[in-house]
Design a protein around this ligand. Sequence first.
Ligand code: PLP
Length: 371
Amino acid sequence: MSDVLERLSKLPLRENLRGLQPYGAPQLDVPIQLNVNENTHPLPEAVSRAIADEVFAAAQRLNRYPDREFVELRSRLADYLGHDVNADQVWAANGSNEVLQQILQAFGGPGRSLLSFPPTYSMYPLLASGTDTTYIAGARADDFQLTAESAAAQVRAHRPNIVFLCSPNNPTGTALGQDVVTAVYDAGQESQAIVVVDEAYAEFRHAGTPSALELLPGRERLIVSRTMSKAFSLAGARLGYLAAAEEVTAALRLVRLPYHLSAVTQATANAALKHVGALLANVEDIKIQRDRIVDELTRMGLTPAASDSNFVFFGGLESPSTVWSGLVAKGILVRDVGIPGHLRVTAGTEAETGAFLRELEALLEQDRAGR
Ligand SMILES: *Cc1c(COP(=O)(O)O)cnc(C)c1O
């Protein structure tokens, strides 16, 4: 044990934080970073300039607290979402991780529980322990699919206070059917479960794949969470948001810190939302690269999962850790999510994707020779 960890273990830390590791994907300084599902396309220069201008204007008023209600931002986000969502139904925070944490602060906590269905976003259990909410790991089928019947039965069995559904799911990439969301919502009636659909990757879904935003009317326990970190190329700006019934946003006001969204953050997001077209221009290209990865990996005899996101989860590897290290040696970083036989890769630019596919194919020959 390192010195600091030794001393940490002597502090009066909350019991449910003992032994935990801070979240964070291994980061290495290599040329091609395809490990955390960022948008690997930089912002168009015109948009960076527009952001800088709006941040400059905000900087001249930094002696004052920001708009606590971030009214302009909520209304721009509502316009972007469409589906008749209005500004009072929108809430935002510093990344959707903070949005999810606030949901747990308001609706979870000691004596309450959160159900989700691993393999899914690995932050969910950490957000649960951070808020002293009991985490319940639900089950998926062997092929990582989740049916409406299975999900609803698990909700009825566990009677959770909160359910997190990730769609498209990280790390598998696959979107859930609307039937899964409605079945979980209906099954949660008895325990009055808050049902969150984490749509961090919504913009990358195939045409015709619906969003849970369509299901909001008449469902006051349903929340749809989104982020500007992925499709918008704004992971560094830290802006996540949600749409829900107005009473849900009223609940989140009870737990948010005063002025939690800085004037700089609000200016950045507002400027970006004036340039949605330019910012999302690369989404179609990324989807093409995503589909290219699925096709090519299938041709190589691997088993990629159907993906509605900007990444591909694939199985069929004899030794994922060897392939992972082999790719790093070639300057390419992908994600080993700890699932036997599998790795996850973000769809990058055409050139990055090409390099990944070339090096992977070469490594596969070695992987198979080791069988
Ligand atoms: C990347 C990701 C997020 C986004 O987190 P931010 O805090 O908004 O950057 C949320 N949910 C899932 C499943 C993700 O993969």
